[in-house]
Each structure stands twice: as C-alpha cells, then as structure tokens.
Write a protein that binds this ligand. Sequence first.
Ligand SMILES: [Zn+2]
Length: 450
Amino acid sequence: MGVVNPDAAYQKCVNPDCAAEFDCGQTMFKCPKCGSLLDIWYDWDKIEVPGKLSDFGKRWVNRRNPLDFSGVWRFRELLNFCEDKYKVTIGEGQTILQQNDAVAKYVDMKPGCLYLQYEGLNPSGSFKDNGMAAAFSHAKMVGAESCVCASTGNTSASMALYAHSCRMKSTVFIGSGRIAFGKLSQAMDYDAQTIQIAGDFDDCMRQVQDVCARLGLYLLNSLNPFRLEGQKTIMYRIIEQLGWEVPDWIIVPGGNLGNSSAFGKAFSELKQLGLIKRIPRMAIINATGADTLTELVNNKKLAWNNGKVEQTIIDDYYADLTARDFSPHTCASAIEISRPVNLKKCLRTIDICNGVVRAVTDEEICDAKAIIGKYGLGCEPASAATIAGLKHLRSEGVIEANERVACVLTGHPLKDPNVTVNYHKEKQGKFSNPPIEAPNELNEIIKLID
Ligand SMILES: [Zn+2]
C-alpha cells in the first residue's frame, strides 16, 4: 500500500460516441471535443489497491500523518490521480455514521436499521469539503492561482476555506437573496470575493462557466470531475463504519447531482475491484419546487441507456422551463436547482445502483428536519429531504422496515438558521418548539418550568 502512480489516472469523456481521453495534467471541465462531462478513469493494474477494504482501517494508527488522518486521503489508492506532494487536507472527513432508532420510528423502520451520515461535521460544515480536498489537490498539481465557483452556499464556504489554505485567490458567484445566512457569512469570513448576481443559481452556473473560459480561472463546481473523486469517500466511510459492510440503501438529496454521481462511481469501482460483493440501491430525493430529476426520470422515462441519453427529452424539458420563465423554489436552498449539471452522470448512478427518485414538499422537509434535530445532531433543510423521502419510500413499500438504510445528511444545522427559527418560532409545523414568553419575575418563571 502507499505507492502512488499518478500516471495511472486519466480524464475521459462520458459520451460513448466520443470517449475522448485526456491527461490529468490538463484543466478543462467539459470535453473540448463534444461538450459532455468528463470522468476520472484509472488503470487499476498500475495501482497498488489493498486486497480488502479493512486494510484501509490500518491507517488510523498512523493518524499523525495528515494524509492518513484525512477521511479523503486515507483512501488515496481509490482516487489516485496526483502525487502526495500536491495533496491538500484541512482535516476533512472526520464524520459520524449514527444509528438512530428514534428517527427510524418516525419513518417506520425497525430499530437498528436506520443510519445517519453527518457530513455537517466537516471543517466548513458540509460534505463539500470531501470534494474540495481532491479538487484543490488537482488545482495545485496544475499550478492554478485563482479559483471560482457558482454556489447555493455550501460550495462557496468550502471553496473559500480551502482557497486560503492553499494561498489561492477565490471568487464566489451567488444568486441574489437565494443563499442561506450561515453559508454567506462563511464565504465572506473566509475572505472570498463574493459577487451577487441578479438571478438564481442556474444563472450563476451559466455565468461562471463563461467567466472561467474568458479568464482561465480554476472552476470548483461539481462539473469538476476531481471534486467528485473526493466525494466518493463518503461512501467508503459509511462502509467503514458499518464494519466494512455495504448497506441495502443509500439516500441522498438531489440538487446539482454531484453526490449521487460520485456515489454510483464509487460503488461501481469497488465492485470492479472485488472489494465489495454487491452494490446498494440508491434513492435520490428532490424538493417538489426543484424536481427536474423526478420529472425526467419518473415521468419522461429518461435513462442512462449505456451513455446514449436521449438529449431531446432534456432539451424539450429545459425549453419548457424557459418558456414558463420557471425559477425553482424550495426552503432547501442547497437543492434549489432546476438544471443540474451532473444529470447524465446521475442517470448512470441510477443504472448502476438500481436507483429510485422521489420529490418531497417543503413541509415534509421541515418536519423531517425538526425530527433529526430533536433526536439526532440536526442538519440543514436539504439534508432532511432524505428522511422525508425515506418516509415516502417506506409507505410505498419500496424500502422494507428491516433493510439497512444510510441517509447522507449533507450540511450542518447552523448553515441555515432562518429556516429553523421560522419553523419553531412561527409555529409553522407539527414539531415546532417555540420559545415561551415570560415576565421578568421569579415565581412566574418557576411556574413555567414546573
Ligand atoms: Zn467528448
């Protein structure tokens, strides 16, 4: 273990009719030949991958080495695209998989079956740090000096934090009024140049790609295939915390679809390497106010189809969104996205993992969030879509009460305090826990506590 051979990695276009290949030393975020997404591929024969997953656990005794401490880089043979000298870590990936029977009861699962993966415990408070550790390592490898992203919030917070750790200049594009307070405060505090565009996330995403092309900045959105390599490690850590066993289901919120894309790739590679015997199923949960994936997959029957995705279905749907002047709306701002950039890779994941897609209302999201706060460590609204979605899938009988389910809680509860305060203080939901007003008088206060 430990010999890194970065020559074993290369970039490859996901479009099977193109399948162009490029060196990892090149920086581009779409195939220059056909405009499709790029993937990182490995010549596994050239990489010393451990014979079994539990071998990775041996690194823990060596945790004074920052790469062995990192929840991303201690799995480095599985994302082997750069030499150790370029690898960036700020201690990401020290996250917890918590078995939670009280939340299990809320979704009608048997005790011992529901697990919550708290990615909010990362340094910037969201799962994004997994991807940034990997992408900033690539940025260092190619000598980038300035980076940029469009963001609903978590990406900007994470990018800004990693950028100053790497002494890089960072610029964040956010939509006006569409960013949660906690996230915006982080971008500013971590010294990113923050540009607020009069538009929504999809508008920011279009602008940032053009700005990158014009100014040659390093792009850190999940279009960046190196980011998704880092996000694969969330799955490795879930398996690790289950004693190197694979769960029956992974449930993940669906926004720009980078996570689901990365997770499917992770399982496909582990299976190919013989490190797991079976691939878990995956459920991807949209908000009803931003349900492009649900519409395309469940109603318009869009599928991966060995990479030959029917582009006209997507084009027609997006043309309709434009004609209706549609802008997505959900309290779960992290998944308030109607043109997900990783759509095709997510379709591949659905194929790999026999996946399902559902959409849940903001009311269901907020109630689920309150339950995760009441019985667990709490999370941001988008994360709670997983539990709301699981409730649907249980009542439909798609998921059995005794199956082992891991929900990925993507962000920390303090990311979006406004949604939480409104829910409780304004008594907006079934589980509201508002503050009680009391006079400034001892006996009256004591009466209230009794
Ligand atoms: Zn191509």
